[in-house]
Design a protein around this ligand. Sequence first.
Ligand SMILES: C[S@@+](CC[C@H](N)C(=O)[O-])C[C@H]1O[C@@H](n2cnc3c(N)ncnc32)[C@H](O)[C@@H]1O
Length: 228
Amino acid sequence: MITDPFAIKKYPKWHPLRVAFTVKARLLDREARLNFNKYKLPEILLPNLPSSPELDDLSTAVTSLQMQHLLSALSATEHLKNTVVVEVGSYRGVTTQVLAKATSRKVIAVDPYIGYGGSDRDYHCFQKNTLGLSNVIHERMTSGEAVKTWQHGPVSLVFIDALHNYVNTYFDIKAWSSLTIENGILAMHDTDQYCFAGTRKAVFKTCKAAELFAHPDNLTLVHAQKVS
Ligand SMILES: C[S@@+](CC[C@H](N)C(=O)[O-])C[C@H]1O[C@@H](n2cnc3c(N)ncnc32)[C@H](O)[C@@H]1O
């Protein structure tokens, strides 16, 4: 059983369990920075990419090329009926909107908007950007809480883009791959930036043996059955 880093935050700041977890988490990120090059995965660009709408770069860090690869993954999993798409960390809802408009599946956006990169103001933007999209369901809770209380059935595509350190990314990959069907796809954002070295390491550790679906700069997509 892997520890949900947000469950640890329920302990008082100086509780020995929380202190020990925080120290370990920082050491893991430090090691990831020291070995940043070791955790590199090969680049794989897909041919015949679908077009992407222009993205407001003040409201999302996802680039057009990355969005095109996410749309390819969406299309490759569209035949998986009675499944849902998940975005872990939906922020202002820019990518949620693009994904929801391009699929007939439900898109479950998981984001607590309690700080950690997402504020009430971002939540208002999210609501505006997803207004009228009847296939979007927002779960206002953390990734770990959403997995624990999950009621939306099997997942065919999950886009993990929440907290970018080792312990959180590792937890998200493990937790969400357990809900993802065998021929589904896991996509992880911010996998190639030094400042998010922990995210790259978590992806490398869990997906190194995996058959990559695609890997444009800073976005890694893998077949779910290959995640270990
Ligand atoms: C980088 S932004 C997501 C950007 C969005 N996917 C996009 O492409 O535009 C990170 C988001 O993760 C959310 N977040 C932070 N911790 C989280 C957690 N434990 N579970 C789910 N979401 C979380 C923050 O509230 C923030 O809105």
